[in-house]
Design a protein around this ligand. Structure first.
Ligand code: AMP
Length: 211
């Protein structure tokens, strides 16, 4: 099964993607996590992506398309995957067309109002080691600033401040919302209300997927 998660930043798609990937034993491929890792390791991709990520802008398509193509070729993707944060532009969606052709895939669109987005991003705590995501108020870790899943230290992303969050939302509306319409036409789109709690959204997700 191939699941593609679409939604504005802070819609909770990363949290849900990780949970469902664990449950279905599929790889969770999060472009944002891959890019942050490339930046930390100062690779060529990382050098190209850094300024864009920190400003909340989209990293150029040629970079993200190449990274994603290489990742999807790895053997752990042969039984399916959960793709989170890609595609974010029509050009990226087109680059996936051939890969998806003839495969069983679903695109899940997380709908959530702007006020929730600011609130969710501003309190987010991320694990750089396993990619788990927590929230100071809505999903606090059991031990202060320590990841429940792998025990590493949690950090606040540089792009999780209000000014950059607003910019990321604008970028989403301009570049990524057309991707929602693109998959709607293909008949593979499932929309879910992502304004509820983590457990409520997960329940809708499971129901919508019929699993
Ligand atoms: P995320 O962790 O999904 O919120 O992504 C964080 C940042 O990484 C975004 O604001 C972009 O700068 C960059 N990014 C992630 N995925 C993509 C993508 N598919 N295309 C372009 N830039 C991306």
């Amino acid at each position: 099964m191939i699941l593609i998660f679409l939604g504005p930043p802070g819609s909770g798609k990363g949290t849900q993607a990780k949970r469902i990937a664990d449950q279905l034993n599929l790889p969770h491929i999060a472009l944002g996590d891959i890019l942050r890792e490339e930046i930390r390791e100062e690779t060529e991709y990382g050098k190209k992506a850094k300024a864009f990520v920190e400003a909340g802008k989209l990293v150029p398509d040629e970079v993200t398309i190449e990274i994603t193509k290489n990742r999807l070729l790895k053997s752990d993707c042969k039984n399916g995957l959960v793709l989170d944060g890609f595609p974010r532009s029509i050009m990226q969606a087109d680059s996936l067309k051939e890969y998806l052709s003839g495969k069983d895939y679903k695109v899940i669109y997380f709908k959530v109002p702007l006020e929730r987005i600011i609130e969710r991003n501003a309190g987010r705590l991320s694990c750089s080691s396993c990619g788990s995501v927590f929230h100071e108020k809505f999903n606090p870790p059991k031990k202060d600033k320590i990841c429940d899943r792998c025990g590493s230290e949690l950090y606040k992303r540089k792009d999780d401040n209000e000014e950059v969050i607003r910019h990321r939302f604008k970028v989403y509306e301009e570049s990524t919302s057309p991707v929602v319409a693109y998959y709607e036409k293909s008949g593979n789109l499932i929309s879910i209300n992502a304004a509820g709690s983590i457990d409520e959204v997960f329940e809708s997700l499971i129901k919508s997927l019929g699993i």
